[in-house]
Design a protein around this ligand. Structure first.
Ligand code: B3K
Ligand code: ZN
Length: 871
């Protein structure tokens, strides 16, 4: 397969001045007539032919300036259209293609989801609609005429502002014309046609313009769109207040569809969403779903400036829009909710998804230097690590220079297809700092490992910290350079933070480590402190710092940094778990740790239940896998974690039930962060009760299901039951399945919950789940719910010693690759840690991967992931 390289970037040989699209929608015979106004780009190759991209296209005709071009004057394949004879001046090229949206199971280009016509063009889907210069640096002005059957698609939406609409005389068809005045790349193009309900309102922008904002959903689901609309309004206000960014069109529409490859898509003025990130009612959505909707709505809206007004020059710059926009949506959620709780959740996500990626065969820099399939680079590294790099930049130059730099970036790059260099240049200008060393973060893969050592000199009253940084090799990068690492720190005692007297630490408590090793010395340190380093996770690194449990407990109780308070408990638990996996019995130490957590709970549960719940949540199996690194026995990890939780539960037992009862909600459901925080602690307590006393847990969980007034309580109780084998569990599953048989998004939770049961019989259960009438291999949400949950979150069963977990995923992948390669490739990233597993597991995983690799006609998506995983 051909490799695309950043270093080979060349400007396009042609500009497109404007495009007019005439799309006549039909379930199986859609016609697209595209008229593009072309001219040579002076920066391109002056003798290059016109070579347009296509993908599985059926060409009907080609015209230049309205004159039919004879087939001998062009070369057309489903993948490209090359024209060698054309006027050497501005000219119109008209291309007609025929599409079958119903047969489009890849969900790229124009397709039909539950009877709704919709599109997905990022990264390279527009070329599945018409031949085009489908690259992000070709930006043009679109006018779209959409036509469809009046009953089949009464709603017709496009990018930009609505122009005229009307009936097609003497037919049952109607049309709508949309015009988008902002030049954009093809990947931001979208149309929607269908029989949709909507909710909407008028948003007044900061300069006083009225914008009609609306959320469109499948017929009958209008009552579940209010929260998304509210989140949209809050996002629009936040971007005005925080970054001075005003919305720019007369309308902004969001459409929810049920078949969608990712979360959502930021098409200009017409965001298209996976309905999972739009639809919510207290009965069908959990607190986590509400938070997810809020953040994805915000993310896609924020793209209007970071992604659309300023787009990417090429796909290597993907992090320019994604890392930055994730940073922006994280900040939005932190402002709308609890900042520490949001931050810790984001860090947990990064560690659970990006750290393993960075340590495995699929590791790549935030700005990858090459790809064979760009869709495989919408990764946790580009998104989540990309966001951390923006956050570090802000830490390094300070909040004021950061905000000024954003303004410079918006002003100087608006309307362009930009690069990371353009972005960093804005901050060099605003801060006066040279960011060339910092820029290496974008090109170097792998997670730096920082070792910190502290020495207190009681006589001199000084405290010294020694730092070293090392990054392990990653595929294609055998040796690594030291990076610029902001270390936000404090010196903590039982009386709180000591003043920091050290010339290497700035007024915000930040020391910048930019060498392989370095030391700093603090003066006037009155007593031996506990160092609190990488506060608020100031860099995406792993840290080793030899603190004993007593020191860590000092941090848990006295650190002013909430992240490091949480981290202290995680560190103690992780260490104990690793020792238990190695066969040590750590009962006494676990009990001592649990007593401290009991004390902590008594002090914080009432004032901050959400934070308390995070502290009481023990490290996950994947955290332990990363800590141990190699020769992993997933069963031993699972067992150790179970024992740890049991001991924690028994030490906490005096408070569990009373606290559980006291947190019971009385009023009506509200998804706000404070209410959600209480529910999260209450549900965690139920889980702890059940892990040590399954009879009591079963009873309480059943009662909670009966009394639940919302899905959060209902589903949490079902989750607790799911760990207690027996009739109560099976009956609860059956009941739930019946009650929500017509609610696919609710059933997804039910599918996933069953797929992660850590019992051998889960394979049979999965087999039965896929026979449920609600299951469909063509729907990405269903497949992710069953197989994604199994492969990513059922670590003992996916990594079974008999290899049957790997085989299950491989069988699915072979079948699914013919239907939806993107989803297949994404699921197969679960094989990313196969080389970490012990003994026989590796051989089974390798055999499963090789079996997939041997399939004829494997998609580029899947073969790329499989090849890199095997390399
Ligand atoms: N930009 C889209 C992702 C497109 C993925 C294409 N395979 C959603 C987002 O990040 O906002
Ligand atoms: Zn995005």
């Amino acid at each position: 397969t051909p490799i695309v390289r950043l270093e080979d970037y060349r400007p396009s040989d042609f500009h497109i001045e404007k495009v007019h699209l005439d799309i006549s929608l039909h379930p199986t015979e859609t016609r697209v007539i595209s008229t593009i106004t072309l001219l040579r780009n002076p920066a391109g190759n002056p003798s290059a032919p016109l070579a347009l991209d296509g993908d599985e296209l059926v060409l009907k005709s080609v015209k230049i300036e309205g004159e039919e071009v004879s087939p001998s004057d062009y070369e057309a394949t489903p993948q490209s259209l090359v024209i060698r004879k054309f006027p050497e001046r501005v000219f119109d090229l008209t291309i007609e293609t025929a599409l079958n949206p119903t047969a489009n199971t890849k969900l790229m280009g124009l397709y039909r989801s539950n009877g709704i016509y919709c599109t997905q063009c990022e990264a390279e889907g527009f070329r599945r609609i018409t031949y085009f210069l489908d690259r992000p640096d070709v930006m043009t002005v679109y006018t779209t005429r959409l036509e469809a059957d009046r009953n089949d698609a009464p709603v017709l939406l496009g990018n930009g502002n609505p122009n005229e609409r009307g009936d097609v005389p003497d037919s049952n068809r109607h049309y709508a014309i949309w015009h988008d005045p902002f030049p954009k790349p093809a990947y931001l193009f979208a149309v929607v046609g269908g029989n949709l309900d909507h909710v909407g309102k008028t948003f007044k922008t900061m300069s006083g313009r009225d914008v009609d904002i609306a959320v469109y959903v499948e017929k009958g689901k209008g009552d579940r769109a209010d929260y998304a609309l509210d989140a949209l309004e809050r996002s629009m206000r936040w971007d005005e207040q925080t970054f001075g960014r005003e919305y720019d069109l007369e309308v902004f529409n969001v459409v929810a569809v049920s078949d969608f490859n990712m979360g959502a898509m930021e098409n200009k003025g017409l965001n298209i969403f996976n309905d999972k990130y739009v639809l919510a009612s207290s009965e069908t959505a959990t607190d986590g779903d509400y938070a997810g909707i809020e953040s994805v709505i915000a993310h896609e809206y924020f793209h209007n400036w970071t992604g659309n007004r300023i787009t990417c020059r090429d796909w290597f710059q993907l992090c320019l829009k994604e890392g930055l926009t994730v940073f922006r949506d994280q900040e939005f959620s932190a402002d709308e909710r609890s900042r520490p709780v949001c931050r810790i959740s984001d860090i947990k996500t990064l560690r659970a998804r990006q750290f393993p990626e960075d340590a495995g065969p699929l590791a790549h820099p935030v700005r990858p230097p090459q790809y064979s399939e760009i869709n495989n680079f919408y990764t946790a590294t580009v998104y989540e690590k990309g966001a951390e790099l923006v956050r570090m930049l802000k830490t390094l130059i300070g909040a004021d220079a950061f905000r000024k730099g954003m303004d410079i970036y918006f002003d100087s790059c608006d309307g362009t297809a930009a690069t990371m260099e353009d972005f960093l240049g804005a901050f060099e200008q605003s801060s006066g700092k040279d960011l060339s060393h910092f820029a290496k973060w974008y090109g170097q893969a792998g997670t730096p490992h920082i070792t910190v050592k502290g020495h207190y000199d009681a006589t001199a009253k000084t405290y010294k910290l020694d730092f070293t940084q090392v990054t392990q090799p990653t595929p294609g990068q055998p040796s690594k350079e030291p990076l610029v690492i902001p270390v936000s720190l404090g010196l903590v005692t039982s009386k709180g933070d000591l003043p920091l007297d050290c010339s290497s630490v700035n007024e915000n408590g930040v020391f910048v480590l930019d060498k392989a090793s370095d030391s700093i010395v603090f003066s006037n340190v009155s007593e031996e402190p506990v160092p609190s380093v990488f506060r608020n996770f100031s860099a995406p690194v792993k840290v080793s710092l030899e603190l004993d449990s007593k020191d860590l407990l000092t941090l848990l109780v006295h650190d002013s940094d909430p992240f490091n308070r949480w981290q202290a408990a995680q560190t103690i638990a992780t260490r104990l778990l690793v020792r238990m996996v190695n066969g040590e019995d750590c009962k006494a130490e676990i009990e001592a740790f649990a007593s401290s957590l009991l004390e902590f709970t008594n002090e914080t549960a009432a004032s901050d239940p959400a934070f308390t719940a995070l502290v009481l949540t023990m490290p996950g199996e994947s955290d332990i896998i990363q800590e141990i690194g190699s020769d992993i026995d997933p069963d031993a990890i699972f067992k150790s974690r179970t024992i740890l939780k049991r001991i924690l539960s028994s030490v906490l037992s005096p408070v569990l039930v009373p606290l559980y009862n006291s947190l019971a909600n009385t009023g009506p459901y509200s998804p706000d962060a404070a209410s959600a925080g209480k529910r999260s602690l209450r549900n965690l307590l139920l889980d702890l009760i059940a892990c040590n006393n399954s009879a009591e847990g079963e009873k309480l969980a059943q009662a909670q299901i009966q009394s639940a007034t919302n899905m959060t309580e209902h589903f949490a109780a079902l989750s607790v039951l799911s760990h207690i084998p027996g009739n109560a569990r099976e009956n609860a599953f059956t009941e739930f399945g019946k009650r929500y048989s017509n609610e696919p998004l609710v059933l997804d939770k039910w599918f996933a919950l069953q797929a992660v049961i850590p019992e051998e019989s889960v394979l049979g259960r999965i087999e039965r789940l896929t026979q449920n009438p609600a299951y469909a291999i063509s729907n990405p949400n269903r497949v992710r719910a069953v197989y994604g949950a199994f492969a990513m979150s059922n670590l003992t069963q996916f990594n079974r010693a008999d290899g049957k977990g790997y085989d299950l995923l491989a069988d699915l992948a072979i079948k699914l690759d013919k239907i939806n390669p993107q989803i297949t490739a994404r699921l197969l990233t679960a094989f990313g840690s196969w080389r970490r597993m012990n003994g026989v597991r590796q051989a089974h995983a390798e055999a499963a991967l090789k079996r997939i690799a041997a399939q004829p006609d494997l998609s580029r998506d899947t073969s790329d992931i499989v090849q890199r995983s095997l390399a």
